[in-house]
Design a protein around this ligand. Structure first.
Ligand SMILES: Nc1ncnc2c1ncn2[C@@H]1O[C@H](COP(=O)(O)OP(=O)(O)OP(=O)(O)O)[C@@H](O)[C@H]1O
Length: 576
């Protein structure tokens, strides 16, 4: 067993029990026609009521026994199926969490969601069926045919011909089906992707009056899924009529040949009834096999898709030889970085030093690579070449988790989780006390806003709760980062929606924290508050210095100041 099937290992014993019960149920099913033949020949035809009652009693007892075995098997199979599904989902989420940003880019979010939901359900169904009926149907076909041969060889000859032909036909269809179901799942991915975009972008769609366009997009994806599913159904639908035609023909042949054999005294009524009974059970099993074939083909396709995620190779990282230094400057030395899948480097032999405890403003045109620079510090991406070190220790040799624990990161787009404000801030440090939460909120300049809400820190945000403004979300994200008491604080354009006064108060509070701060910004007014400004252009530091130095010497900076209407006045004047 490998891949996703290896996750069934812990259930080996329970699976064996389920199969054992299934075999008992099957054995009863195979014995019943013989008992019926005996009841007819020794009881009904011979006029012996005692024999009828005896055989009847044994048949009832065996049927009850099979019923109990069947129910227990069903219960165990359902439990294994559900547990297995849970295990796969857990494994998948753990795996996805361990992905580097580059690996995450391999999969679209929608396909990951489909794989974690629908594909897991398909596999769960396949496992349930394999324990409940998947083995039973083929075994009944094999042993049913064997028992029929045992009862009357001549009458069973037709089964010996038709059953293997139909079984091979089914196996062939199963092979074809697996490929087709891969396509169905891909089309389902697309539907999920359009649906997700529609739901998350609902405000935009309304504002731009793009309902019709989106409806058409959804229809296209939905129709593609429907067409593919119909194609598969059509293929499988042909199985049952073909099966019924062949097997009903076999039944008629048995009846006709049985009549001939009975006339010549070579067969009894009971034997004919038993053979017909076996043939009927075989027909039912072959029809069940059709559904099993579909479930198995779907399960196989889904297992492949799940395995693709689970077997994603771990990124090979340098051995961990460095520990995080308690104090240290952050140094980029000739760092070159290309986004995975990107065609050209966004950072090109960039070098810069940010002193411990300094506030560094990163300025640059949009698309200059400011976010890229920030994302290298917590090792969300690894540079192509060059060295990034903290306190003289290369971060590429540091344990990722311990490095990230020292960093407070506020991404460009604020992302909050469904839950209360308190929970959202505490998300940054799970053991934080309420006092710590309030302290972080005060520093992030959001405390007053929170307390003005009717439920204060207990206010639920998200779809079913209060909707916050862009600036409020930014400050909440900053509070979530500050509660960690980070050594390094990365603010990726996270103060863009704040007014001048609030931003200045925030920077004052951050300064008191004495952490090293990288603040990406487009605004000169924010850069002025920094100890050091780095201007990024063409993947390099084009200029650096204090606001005063750059304002006096750097043409590009002066141009930026002018374009933003900032000349002689200072930040203090604006604040007032
Ligand atoms: N995940 C990604 N994969 C490939 N290319 C990317 C990715 N993210 C950004 N880019 C590209 O890399 C370049 C630098 O992007 P980055 O987001 O680092 O710049 P930025 O200076 O932060 O921009 P902005 O100020 O607009 O946020 C851009 O041209 C962008 O299109």
């Amino acid at each position: 067993m490998n891949g996703v099937l290896s996750l069934l290992k812990p259930y080996r014993l329970k699976m064996a029990a389920a199969w054992g019960l299934m075999l008992l149920e099957l054995a009863v099913e195979l014995i019943l026609p013989i008992l019926m033949a005996k009841m007819i020949d020794d009881g009904i035809v011979a006029g012996d009521l005692d024999a009828v009652i005896r055989c009847g009693a044994v048949m009832i007892a065996l049927s009850l026994f099979a019923f109990a075995a069947g129910i227990t098997n069903s219960f165990i199979a359902a439990r294994i199926g559900q547990n297995y599904g849970f295990d796969i989902r857990k494994k998948l989420i753990e795996k996805v969490q361990s992905f580097s940003f580059a690996q995450y880019g391999h999969f679209d979010t929608s396909t990951l969601i489909t794989r974690m939901t629908n594909d897991v359900t398909q596999l769960q169904n396949a496992v349930f069926m394999s324990l409940r009926i998947m083995m039973r149907a083929p075994l009944l076909i094999i042993f049913g045919t064997a028992m029929a041969v045992y009862v009357h060889f001549g009458l069973s000859l037709v089964l010996l011909v038709t059953v293997p032909i139909m079984t091979v036909f089914m196996l062939f269809m199963m092979r074809r089906g697996a490929g087709m179901f891969q396509q169905v799942q891909k089309k389902l991915d697309k539907v999920n992707s359009v649906m997700r975009e529609n739901l998350t972008g609902i405000r935009l769609i309304k504002a731009f009056v793009r309902h019709d366009h989106e409806k058409a997009r959804f229809q296209q994806a939905g129709m593609a899924l429907m067409d593919e599913t119909i194609r598969v159904i059509r293929t499988f639908e042909s199985i049952v009529p073909i099966l019924l035609l062949v097997m009903n023909g076999s039944l008629l042949f048995i009846l006709w040949f049985g009549f001939v054999e009975m006339q010549s005294g070579n067969a009894t009524t009971g034997e004919i009834v038993a053979i017909i009974n076996y043939a009927a059970r075989i027909i039912i099993s072959l029809s069940i096999l059709t559904f099993i074939t579909i479930a198995f083909a779907r399960g196989k396709a889904s297992a492949g898709r799940i395995d693709e995620v689970l077997q994603m190779e771990e990124e090979k990282l340098k051995p961990m030889t460095e520990t995080y230094p308690e104090n240290g400057d952050i140094v980029f030395e000739n760092v070159t970085f290309t986004y995975p899948g990107g065609t050209a480097p966004v950072l090109n032999r960039l070098s810069m030093t940010v002193k411990r405890g300094e506030i560094a403003a990163i300025l640059g045109e949009t698309g200059a690579g400011k976010s890229a620079l920030l994302s290298l510090i917590p090792r969300l991406y690894e540079p192509d070449s060059g060295v990034l070190s903290i306190g003289g220790r290369e971060i590429s040799g540091m344990d990722m988790d311990s490095l990230r624990r020292k960093i407070g990161f506020v991404p460009q787009e604020s992302h909050l989780f469904t839950g209360s404000i308190l929970e959202n801030i505490r998300w940054g440090k799970k053991e934080a006390t309420e006092e710590e939460v309030v302290e972080a909120a005060r520093k992030a300049q959001i405390h007053d806003t929170i307390t003005s809400l009717p439920e204060g820190y207990k206010t639920v945000i998200g779809q079913k709760g209060v909707t916050l403004s862009g600036g409020q979300k930014q400050r909440l994200s900053i509070a979530r980062a500050l509660i960690r008491k980070p050594d390094i604080l990365l603010l990726d354009d996270s103060t863009s929606a704040l007014d001048v006064k609030t931003e200045a108060a925030l920077i004052d509070a951050i300064t008191a924290e004495k952490c090293t701060v990288f603040i990406v910004t487009q605004k000169i007014i924010t850069a002025e508050l920094a100890d050091h400004i780095f201007m990024i252009e063409d993947g390099k530091v084009a200029a650096s210095g204090t606001h005063e130095q750059l304002a006096a010497e750097n043409g590009l900076y002066q141009h930026l100041m002018e374009s933003q209407g900032r000349k002689e006045e200072t930040y203090e004047q604006t604040r007032r």
